[in-house]
Design a protein around this ligand. Structure first.
Ligand SMILES: *Cc1c(COP(=O)(O)O)cnc(C)c1O
Length: 496
């Protein structure tokens, strides 16, 4: 049965999956949502006999219903290949009494690779299907990891250009180096004087500029998005939740139907939303544990029903979660508002105007699936140190936030169901913060000395994503103010 996509802000318009992927965002400023969440087509036991690619096909075909089997299987085969350093693609590692779902084995060693290694293929297939002849310009705001993963995915892809904006002082040294050394004639990278929310708002404004859209059209360009607001990112992220459950089954850690908890370190609410979709497809997930760092808007939201971004933006050691406007939450709000675009628009207007909204009591009642928690900077560092000491396993800062929140959850609820903790980045990507947490003595070392030190400590060879940037030449040195983003885009595209 066909799944169509409509906007969270306007129920009258419906598009096919390939159109939603191409467009990225509906014109009304909302987000595309599927008109229903499909149920899994095969039993979890059946799926447990399959590899990652096959599970990916079984999940994605249910959402991307206007892609042919051949198209989708090609996209999957081109995405989940030797770019990943393990055949399992998303291995489940058992340590410290929990199961870490390692999503950092792709080209840029963060979980963004799980979706961004397939998005360019989905997008070019979608362009072919829809007879799009224009060049697609991918505009992306990044808190550090999406940028590099999107650059790596789209570099050299014919018929596309990619422009990435990142907060100049808001990413880790390795993250920044990964981006500014990106090769490929169709790639552009800009550091902005502002934070991630500024970058994301800037990109949204550029998308909404009708005059610019016209001029782009005249030059043979059209925009799309590689951010997690694109359903072409969301759908591939559902796959690994199904996969994780089937690995537990296969290893005999659970029986089919047993419930598990899932813990997700959260920023823009994309990853955990995918887990929510997986649950609604039939994966027996009890609680979705939403872990925040000190930018704990979501924690407050789940406790009080009030979303309030009016607070200080904190730069933390888990920069990919330094976000006060979690875009994908809109998809959840829309759903618990009874899939009612008008109600959703009221909340989103209040958010844009006063920076805050409060959901109704009946909406709050529908948030039982979720548990919000947060970890302070000190708690995050303490978690890295203690897991390292007790289990010999080195967590990155984001995963440490999740692990810490899980321990608090366990303490508070005594709910000891098997727990999958989503491990979103390799510790090598955040070597400075990780090593500082383990021992003060590392403070004086350079970033690459720390990388080598970490390699010795964790007994893991330095990932090639990090090796590559050791000697790489800086190619991109663009910097701009947050209100100059559009000018930069026009310059790159020769529209100025
Ligand atoms: C992007 C990112 C997150 C947050 O994911 P969302 O989908 O934005 O909630 C967490 N950890 C890492 C390492 C990331 O790159």
């Amino acid at each position: 049965m066909e799944v169509l996509y409509s906007s969270t802000r306007d129920g009258s318009m419906q598009v096919k999956a390939s159109e939603a992927i191409l467009k990225g965002l509906p014109d009304d400023g909302g987000l595309f949502v599927p008109d229903r969440i499909p149920a899994l087509g095969k039993s979890l036991t059946e799926l447990s006999g399959m590899g990652y690619r096959e599970v990916a096909y079984e999940v994605m075909r249910l959402y991307l219903t206007d892609f042919t089997e051949e198209e989708l299987k090609n996209c999957i085969a081109n995405a989940y290949d030797s770019k990943f350093d393990t055949k399992e693609i998303a291995p489940l590692v058992h340590a410290d009494g929990v199961h870490f779902l390692e999503l950092f084995h792709g080209a840029t060693i963060a979980f963004k690779d799980m979706a961004l290694s397939i998005l360019p293929h989905l997008m070019t297939a979608a362009a072919r299907k829809n007879n799009v002849k224009k060049e697609i310009v991918i505009l992306t705001a990044t808190s550090g990891d999406t940028g590099k993963a999107a650059l790596a995915g789209f570099a050299g892809v014919k018929g596309t250009k990619i422009i990435v904006f990142y907060p100049k002082d808001g990413v880790s040294p390795v993250q920044e180096r990964q981006m500014v050394t990106q090769k490929g004639e169709n790639t552009y990278v800009v550091g902005i004087h502002g934070n991630f929310d500024d970058a994301q708002t800037g990109v949204k404004n550029i998308f909404a500029d009708k005059g610019l859209e016209k001029r782009m059209d005249g030059q043979g360009y059209q925009f799309s998005s590689a951010n997690s607001i694109n359903i072409g990112r969301l759908v591939p992220q559902i796959v690994y939740y199904v996969y994780a459950y089937t690995r537990l089954l296969r290893e005999g850690k659970i029986a089919e139907g047993d419930k598990i908890n899932v813990v997700v370190p959260t920023g823009n609410f994309g990853n955990i939303l995918a887990a929510f979709y997986a649950k609604n497809m039939g994966v027996p997930i009890h609680r979705l544990i939403c872990a925040s760092n000190e930018n704990k808007v979501l924690y407050d939201f789940f406790r009080t029903g009030i979303y309030d971004k009016n607070r200080e933006f904190v730069l933390t050691s888990s920069p990919s979660m330094d976000i006060l406007i979690s875009s994908n939450l809109e998809r959840l709000v829309y759903r618990i508002a009874g899939n009612d675009p008008e109600k959703n628009v009221c909340f989103m207007k209040a958010l844009a105007g006063e920076g805050r909204y409060e959901i109704t009591e009946s909406m709050k009642g529908q948030l039982e699936d979720f548990y919000g928690g947060y970890a302070s900077e000190k708690e995050t560092a303490d978690t890295i140190r203690s897991v390292w000491k007790e289990a010999g396993y080195v967590l990155d800062t984001h995963t440490a936030v999740a692990d810490c929140v899980y321990r608090k959850y366990l303490e508070e609820t005594k709910d000891g169901l098997p727990a999958v903790i989503v491990s979103t980045a390799s510790p090598f990507k955040f070597a400075r913060s990780v090593m500082a947490a383990i021992d003060e003595k590392y403070d004086a070392m350079t970033d690459f000395e720390l990388v080598d030190e970490l390699s010795g400590l964790a007994k893991i060879t330095v990932p090639s994503a990090v090796e590559e940037i050791r000697e790489a030449r800086v190619i991109h040195d663009n910097i701009c103010e947050k209100d100059e983003m559009q000018k930069m885009v026009e310059k790159f595209l020769g529209l100025a």
